[in-house]
Design a protein around this ligand. Structure first.
Ligand code: ADP
Length: 346
């Protein structure tokens, strides 16, 4: 076969690919493979390009037994490590035998796997803490505190709190997975954001009163329509206003402002923006980009004491994404925080 044609054929493949002949030499390498292994590999033994035991064994077996093999190849670049799935397949024809090794970048899939494992570990940890405490109290109530009516009352109160914590966690996990499942489908029902906000503020007033905080609502009069899922947006503003009361403004003011945005710079379209501002202690800059990660908290102790699950902002982020909007957090220590949700109106 014309070697120029072969090179051109290999270059048409998007994945790095090496053709290794029966004498174990690299007879062709496409440009993606040359970018990965260097320009001088062609003509050399394949051990020049590949040094890790897995890939070497896979090529050796594929050459010796003319069968498909695969292995993981890790490429350490200057700034990051890339994980490839190397697939080796025998090729034959015109009296020639060779194998083609192609490399698929699976780093992202691996990261997702890691993310999932971390998530499961976090959930287990979050559930185990209240569960351990419940089991401890049950044991005490069965044993040492069996006939102590006073202790029983006290323990049952703590046990109820721990069970409620588990309940909130499971509720938020279910919310999160439901929101994620629907994320690709943008809602289409027309919802009036002004009256939705008014209703959320009404619902949360007793909670704010109990904390000594005041919720003030500003905004243009009249309906503010946008395509939305009303239940989900209710949840977004409930979470943000609850946080503002919890972390922001014990005995301060939480301001909820609805604004029309003629052209949002980020979304490049007409939008409605809602600012939830508090006068609390604010958030140090290094935490801000990570706040909407699951279970990320600035102060875990404080979050737990407030009954937080660490999932509130993750739920907010996914709901806002589903609405094709964006969440902006502006905060500085000592200056309070403003959480802004920007939602396109069409
Ligand atoms: P949690 O259940 O812990 O409240 P969230 O996901 O709602 O979880 O929030 C994550 C973290 O972000 C909180 O633990 C807190 O540290 C921080 N946070 C959220 N809202 C505010 C706010 N208004 N002011 C200061 N910190 C906040």
């Amino acid at each position: 076969m014309d070697t120029h044609f072969l090179d051109s054929l290999l270059n048409a493949l998007p994945q790095p690919s090496l053709l290794i002949d029966a004498s174990a030499r690299i007879s062709a390498a496409n440009s993606a493979a040359q970018a990965l292994f260097g320009h001088k590999v062609v003509g050399h033994h394949y051990t020049l390009a590949l040094r890790q035991p897995g890939p070497l064994a896979a090529i050796e077996a594929a050459l010796a037994e003319a069968r498909e093999t695969q292995a993981q190849h890790i490429h350490t670049g200057p700034s990051r490590e890339t994980v490839y799935r190397m697939l080796v397949r025998p090729v034959a024809g015109d009296g020639r035998r060779a194998v083609l090794a192609s490399f698929e970048d699976v780093s992202e899939a691996q990261q997702i796997g890691q993310f999932r494992r971390d998530f499961v570990a976090n959930v287990s940890h979050e559930l185990r803490t209240p569960l351990t405490s419940l089991l401890g109290f049950i044991e005490t109530l069965r044993g040492p505190a069996k006939d102590d009516a006073q202790a029983r009352e006290r323990f049952l109160t703590v046990m109820a709190q721990e069970a409620e914590r588990m309940n909130r966690l499971v509720r938020d996990l279910l919310h999160l997975s439901r929101v994620e499942a629907e994320e690709r489908v943008r809602p289409t029902t027309q919802v009036d954001l002004a009256s939705l906000l008014a209703s959320v503020v009404r619902t949360l007033r007793p909670m704010a009163d109990a904390a000594g905080a005041t919720i003030v609502q500003h905004g243009e009069p009249g309906p503010a329509l946008l395509p939305a899922d009303a239940d989900q947006l209710t949840q977004v503003f409930q979470n943000l206003i609850e946080n503002a009361v919890k972390y922001g403004a014990a005995k301060g003011t939480v301001t909820v402002t609805l604004r029309q945005v003629s052209r949002d710079v980020g979304l490049r379209t007409e939008a409605l923006a809602v600012d939830v501002r508090d006068e609390g202690e604010g958030i140090p800059a290094e935490h801000i980009p990570r706040l909407s990660e699951r279970f990320y908290r600035v102060d875990s102790h404080r979050s737990r004491a407030e009954g937080g699950t660490g999932l509130g902002l993750a739920i907010v982020k996914h709901i806002v994404q589903r609405h094709r909007g964006r969440l902006v957090i502006a905060s500085a220590p000592g200056k309070g925080s403003t959480f802004t949700v920007v939602l396109p109106t069409h």
